[in-house]
Each structure stands twice: as structure tokens, then as C-alpha cells.
Design a protein around this ligand. Structure first.
Ligand code: SF4
Length: 291
């Protein structure tokens, strides 16, 4: 972003009031078994405030805390392309119509995109930085079925084919640690994703959080979750196999303590990054080393 805009660009998180087809009954009601949107939504971001209010409140905070001057509006919770193109265009243009906003990041499901929506994003991307982040979580259909994801891996690849090569930046979101996968299978995802037109990747460890179907499963039959050092080693191995061209936007999750059941590490973001850096340095590791 510094290369593109000459300085860091900060994300302003917003909740535009979308729901998700995996929760509203179109596909399913229960949603993905790990899904509790409170685990990843900052408390300042709430759909009861208008989009403009959320942006106008978020920007001054980032300006005063970080000296930020340029911003990307991040449509984060739920499925942010799950509406008609007409409504999407209104929302996206409202977000872009704000001094300092240079673009949008739009989190969504790969089954909630179509040619018309992509055409809208392509138009916007001619003048703005437009990033679509597809929730993938796993490349294995057995896992996608286990987590009640409501789409398969082929659906993700179709969405990528629709999106790539149009000036729209593409990101993906992956979770490591599902009990349906071996360590080798998790690592193989780095090889697979490296061959796809993905520019940005978010990875995090599976977290069991309260008020989810996964928490019920875990209570009935606990399964192994990553220990802290085990995850650091996993990340280092994964990064070695990942293309150095993919920009990592996230390496771990940090659900609020009050809803987190497992794994409990009691580590801050900076501690994890420092420990990962130290571990990789000691081992002579770097992203793409084993490609
Ligand atoms: S697609 Fe996203 S919002 Fe919908 S149920 Fe799954 S994790 Fe939750």
C-alpha cells in the first residue's frame, strides 16, 4: 500500500447491515459451525449506526492514534455482496465518497458473487483500490461439509475465475486446525493457493468460541487445537511453502477472552509476531523458501 499510495493506508471497519445466506435460511440457518461474528467484529463497528456515521467515527480515531491520512473502508462482518447490485452500488459509492478513502475491502462468500456484481467492482476498481476477500477456510470438501460452509472448493475457484484479471484485488481467508485435516493436508493448502490468482491471504488458527455449533461439538467430544509453539512452527512451515508473491494480511485470530474457549494462549498480537519472527530467523526460514 505504501508503494501504491506513498504512505500506509488504514482500514476503517464497518458493518453495513448485511446478513449471510448460511444464516438467514437461504442456504442454512445455523451458519458455519465456528461462526460467531462477535469474535471478529470490533465493538465500534455496529450496523445500528449508518455507514457514513461509522466511517466518520472511525477515521478520526485512526488519524489521532496513527496519524493516518488514507483509508480503506472494510466491509467486514457477514457477507458483504449479499444484496442486489443496486444496493451494493449505493453502499460502496457512499463509502468511497469520503475524503481520504482510497478504496474498499469487501469480505464475502464465493457463492455470493456473480458477473453483474463483478462488473460493478471492476468499474469501481478503475478509480479505487478494490479488494474482494473470499472466505475459503479450507480447500478440502470434507472440511467444508464438516463446517457447514454451504459451498465447495469448486465454487471458490469459480469465483476466482470470475474476479481475476479485471483490476479487482483478490484475497482469501483460510483457517488452520480443523480436526478433519492432517498437518500435511493443511500444509498442502499453501502449495495449492500459491498456484491461484490470489494476492492477499489471511490465515488463522481454528478458535472454538462460545455460542457456536463448534463449541457444542467441542464440549461433547474435545478435539486437539493448536498449542502456541505448535502453531508458530505450523505457520513457519506453511509460509515456507507459500508463494512469496502473496501478501499476508493476518496470521492468527484473537477472539475476545470472554468468548474464547480454546486454544487459550494469553499472547498479544505483537508477542506472536515477535515469536514467529524469532523462530523463523533461528531456522533460516522465509516465505517461499521451499517453492
Ligand atoms: S459465511 Fe461467514 S457470516 Fe456466514 S455463517 Fe459462515 S462465517 Fe458466518
Amino acid at each position: 500500500m505504501k508503494g501504491l499510495y506513498g504512505q500506509p493506508v488504514y482500514k476503517v471497519n464497518v458493518d453495513a447491515g448485511f446478513t449471510c445466506p448460511n444464516r438467514d435460511g437461504s442456504l442454512a440457518i445455523g451458519g458455519c459451525i465456528y461462526c460467531n461474528n462477535d469474535s471478529f467484529r470490533p465493538s465500534a463497528c455496529t450496523s445500528t449506526a449508518s455507514l457514513r456515521d461509522q466511517i466518520e467515527k472511525g477515521i478520526p480515531y485512526l488519524r489521532s492514534r496513527y496519524g493516518a491520512k488514507q483509508f480503506i473502508v472494510y466491509f467486514q462482518p457477514y457477507t458483504n455482496t449479499y444484496a442486489s447490485v443496486h444496493i451494493l452500488e449505493q453502499l460502496y459509492r457512499e463509502a468511497l465518497d469520503n475524503p481520504g478513502v482510497v478504496g474498499l475491502a469487501i469480505g464475502t462468500r464465493p457463492d455470493c458473487i456473480d458477473a453483474e456484481k463483478i462488473a460493478l467492482l471492476e468499474t469501481l476498481s478503475r478509480e479505487h483500490f478494490i479488494l474482494v476477500e473470499y472466505g475459503l477456510q479450507s480447500i478440502y470438501d470434507k472440511t467444508l461439509a464438516f463446517i457447514n460452509r454451504g459451498h465447495d472448493y469448486a465454487c471458490f475457484k469459480n469465483a476466482l475465475a470470475l474476479t481475476a484479471g479485471r483490476g479487482i484485488h483478490v484475497g482469501a481467508h483460510l483457517i488452520l486446525g480443523f480436526p478433519t485435516e492432517t498437518r500435511d493436508e493443511m500444509l498442502a493448502m499453501a502449495d495449492e493457493l500459491s498456484g491461484l490468482p490470489i494476492e492477499f491471504l489471511k490465515i488463522h488458527q481454528l478458535q472454538v468460541v462460545k455460542e457456536t455449533a463448534l463449541a457444542d461439538l467441542y464440549a461433547k467430544k474435545p478435539f486437539a487445537t493448536f498449542g502456541y509453539h505448535e502453531y508458530i512452527e505450523m505457520l513457519a512451515d506453511f509460509l515456507e511453502r507459500l508463494s512469496p508473491d502473496i501478501v499476508l494480511q493476518r496470521l492468527f485470530a484473537a477472539a475476545p477472552d470472554e468468548i474464547l474457549i480454546a486454544p487459550v494462549w494469553n499472547k498479544t498480537r505483537s508477542e506472536l509476531l515477535r515469536d514467529l519472527d524469532t523462530f523463523m530467523e533461528q531456522r533460516g526460514s522465509y516465505q517461499g523458501k521451499k517453492r
